[in-house]
Design a protein around this ligand. Structure first.
Ligand code: S3P
Length: 426
């Protein structure tokens, strides 16, 4: 599907974002392991979360969705059944990596695969620690899906992550629920901590201090009601759009404000724009608030270090912001972008060059020149949802028409993205 974006004079209105994708995955997986019926409100209806729900159904969990309410019949920590086919994580790295941790603790063998993009993404980062815990796990070239997983006698380990990754951290912690003794994960910088918070909320014994998490095994997880906050990674596209389209003012309601995810607000502040925050509240161990955004003159920034895991999914849209800011923006320490749904450094650089922007590719990031008039052109999403949405936002301030090819991939994280974008065209 192709989407044509035309320049817009201003943006105005109110948006309720889909439920946070990362929290939605965890809500489904962890309530499946809890005792009894849990209710989840505002679960993301995106493709990735549907992949998680489908895998859990294959594992014998009853999940019903109606309107904005999802009901999960949890079967307790050891209640999953052996699936009668290979599990399919689709495009979702979170589904594959987190579920692998859970599968490593089951009494039955299972296999999990994904689409072409996911089968190219590195899995050694979970294979090695899960093996060290005692799981019998194999993958293509010892690094890629399909993965086949069998339980061994799991023992808790102490694992130091070389690169901050919530997916790897969570995979190990989830296997740790089924392991003898304690499981400890240390990170070089804090990545999103939704797994730790939800495990704690459901009654597991887990202590997270600074960058070290300790989880005890065989907890009894309690069924609960969970309200999923709006996805701040989806909000980022609208924040950016309102920042760069002159005379805009939008309100984004009930956006997740977990500090391990709010790096985009820090970046906007560094660029010169404070986002207004209202109605702050905490539900089920997660913060949320309304964000009010108006257009603003931005300046170039340098981003790197511990900020990177807190903006890892927002870097493509930050690159678009940078083209409209005054001065140069340098993004470093983001080599992880090369192993996302696409090599996002390459995808951003190629498409920005097509729009006439001055941009330089670095091994671990990019340098973007500001104050640029972008030219509308044909943009390839490369099947990557965040590339499609970032360049749709670029199209709002480009000269002429911008065609986003393969725009349907926005469904991976935000099925209503284009409808919501049109809704705020003033
Ligand atoms: C996610 C963690 C991040 C992020 C991904 C979702 C999660 O990946 O990029 O979109 O839900 O845990 P890494 O933690 O592997 O960097």
């Amino acid at each position: 599907m192709k989407k044509v974006i035309v320049p817009v004079r201003k943006l105005a209105g109110e948006i309720e974002l889909p439920g946070d994708k990362s929290i939605s995955h965890r809500a489904l997986m962890l309530t499946s392991l809890a005792d009894g019926e849990s209710e989840i409100y505002n679960l993301s209806a995106c493709q990735d979360v549907k992949s998680t729900a489908q895998c859990l159904r294959e594992l014998g969990i009853k999940i019903e969705m109606a309107n904005n309410r999802c009901v999960v019949q949890g079967k307790g920590l050891v209640g999953l059944n052996q699936p009668d086919k290979v599990l399919d994580a689709g495009n979702s790295g979170t589904t594959m990596r987190l579920l692998s941790g859970i599968l490593a603790g089951q009494e039955f063998p299972s296999c999990i695969t994904g689409d072409e993009s996911l089968r190219r993404r590195p899995m050694r980062r979970i294979i090695e620690p899960l093996r060290a815990m005692g799981a019998v796990i194999s993958g293509r070239n010892d690094n890629f899906a399909p993965l086949c997983i069998e339980k061994g006698a799991l023992k808790g380990i102490e694992h130091k992550l070389k690169i901050a990754s919530a997916q790897v951290k969570s995979s190990i912690l989830l296997a740790g629920l089924f392991a003898e003794g304690e499981t400890i994960v240390d990170e070089p910088a804090l990545s999103r901590d939704h797994t730790e918070r939800m495990l704690d909320f459901l009654g597991a014994e887990i202590v997270a201090k600074k960058r070290r998490v300790v989880v005890k095994s065989f907890p009894r997880l309690r069924a609960k009601k969970i309200i999923v906050p709006g996805d701040i990674s989806s909000a980022a596209f609208f924040l950016a759009a309102a920042a760069i389209v002159p005379d805009s003012e939008i309100r984004l309601k009930n956006v997740g404000m977990n500090p391990s995810r709010t790096g985009i607000l820090d970046v906007l502040k560094m660029m010169g724009k404070n986002v207004r925050i209202e109605n702050f509240k905490i539900t089920n161990n997660e913060e949320m608030a309304d964000l009010i955004m108006t257009s603003h003159k931005l300046k170039g920034v340098e981003i790197g270090g511990a900020l990177i895991p807190r903006v890892i999914d927002e870097i493509p849209i930050i690159a678009i912001l940078a083209t409209q800011a005054e001065g140069e923006t340098v993004i470093r320490d983001a080599v992880e972008l090369r192993v996302k749904e696409t090599d996002r450094i390459r995808s951003v650089v190629e498409n920005l060059k097509k729009m006439g922007a001055q941009v330089q590719e670095l091994p671990d990031g990019l340098v973007i020149q500001g104050s640029q008039k972008l030219k509308g052109t044909k943009i390839d999403s490369f099947g990557d949802h965040r590339i499609a949405m970032s360049f749709a936002v670029a199209g709002l301030v480009a000269e002429g028409e911008t065609e986003i090819l393969g725009a349907e991939c926005a469904d991976i994280s935000h099925p209503s993205f284009f409808v919501q974008l049109e809704k705020i065209y003033a």
